[in-house]
Structures are given as structure tokens and as C-alpha cells.
Ligand binder design. Structure first.
Ligand code: ATP
Ligand code: MG
Length: 138
């Protein structure tokens, strides 16, 4: 079990001014920020990040969405980080997300769902390294 996960506060949440509120909740939930930056992904980079979904019908929409404005990318540290963070953000579709989760509070739809969380320890490392050099991970 690794104790790190990777997250992005997505363009919809950035546009609505929710970055600070979401970061505060991340800290309150016991996650330590080990790396963080704000970045506007190109379509190419957004497509590369979500390459696993290339064959899905929503891929084009997802790439357009994720490259339409800045995101905040971060590596987070906590015991059982990947699983606990997925619980903390809630279901992919906010209509199915539990009360008190980030997506319940801040997401509008399954496409524009405010936040990303890694789905495995292996992907947490791959995704963190996609955004941050070793020197930028504390
Ligand atoms: P993320 O990887 O962003 O944390 P997730 O793991 O909950 O989300 P995935 O199945 O990995 O969900 O889908 C990646 C992203 O693709 C979703 O967060 C959402 O933005 C978008 N997406 C997923 N399913 C749909 C859909 N049916 N229609 C539109 N967009 C979708
Ligand atoms: Mg996913």
C-alpha cells in the first residue's frame, strides 16, 4: 500500500472559483500536499493523460474539457491515500455521489465533475510523475 495519490482540480471548479475551498477540504481530510501547481493543459497533453479512455465515446469531450482552462495538479500524502481520496471525492457521476463528497458539493455533471483522483497506487506514481519532476515532489 502506497501512501500517495495524485489529484487535479478540473477546469470547471477553477472557473467557478472553488480551488481554495477544495484545497481546504483536502487538508481538513488529513491529506498533506507533497507537490502542487496550476497549469493549463494543451489538448495534446490532456489527451496523453487520459489516453486510457481513447476508445470511449466521451474521449473528445473529455480532452476539450480538460484543456479549456487551468487546473491545479497535486500529489497528496496520507495513509491509504488512493482509496481514501476516491471515497472523499465521491462517485464519477455527481448525481450518485454521497453527501459531503467533493463531487456532490462542487460537480455539475459526469463530464464536468470538479476533481480527479488516481485509481491505483501504480497510476498515482505515473500521474504524479507526468506533472512533477522528482525535485518538485516533497
Ligand atoms: P477521474 O479519472 O477523472 O478521477 P473517474 O476515475 O471517476 O474520474 P473515469 O472512468 O476514469 O472516472 O473517467 C475519467 C473522466 O472522464 C471522468 O472523471 C469524467 O470527467 C469523464 N467521463 C467519464 N464517463 C463519462 C461519460 N459517460 N460522459 C462524459 N464524460 C465522462
Ligand atoms: Mg479515472
Amino acid at each position: 500500500m502506497s501512501n500517495r495519490t495524485f489529484t487535479m482540480i478540473k477546469p470547471d471548479a477553477t472557473e467557478k472559483g472553488h480551488t481554495g475551498a477544495i484545497l481546504a477540504k483536502i487538508n481538513e481530510a488529513g491529506f498533506r500536499i507533497a507537490a502542487m501547481k496550476m497549469i493549463h493543459l494543451s489538448k495534446e497533453k490532456a489527451g496523453e493523460f487520459y489516453a486510457i479512455h481513447k476508445e470511449r465515446p466521451f474521449y473528445g469531450e473529455l480532452v476539450d474539457f480538460m484543456s479549456r482552462g487551468p487546473i491545479t495538479a497535486a500529489i497528496l500524502e496520507k495513509d491509504n491515500a488512493v482509496e481514501d481520496f476516491r471515497k472523499f471525492i465521491g462517485a464519477t457521476n455527481p448525481a450518485q455521489a454521497e453527501e459531503g463528497t467533493i463531487r456532490k458539493m462542487f460537480a455539475a455533471s459526469i463530464g464536468e465533475n470538479a476533481i480527479h483522483g488516481s485509481d491505483s497506487d501504480a497510476n498515482a506514481i505515473i500521474e504524479g510523475d507526468f506533472f512533477f519532476s522528482k525535485l518538485e515532489q516533497y
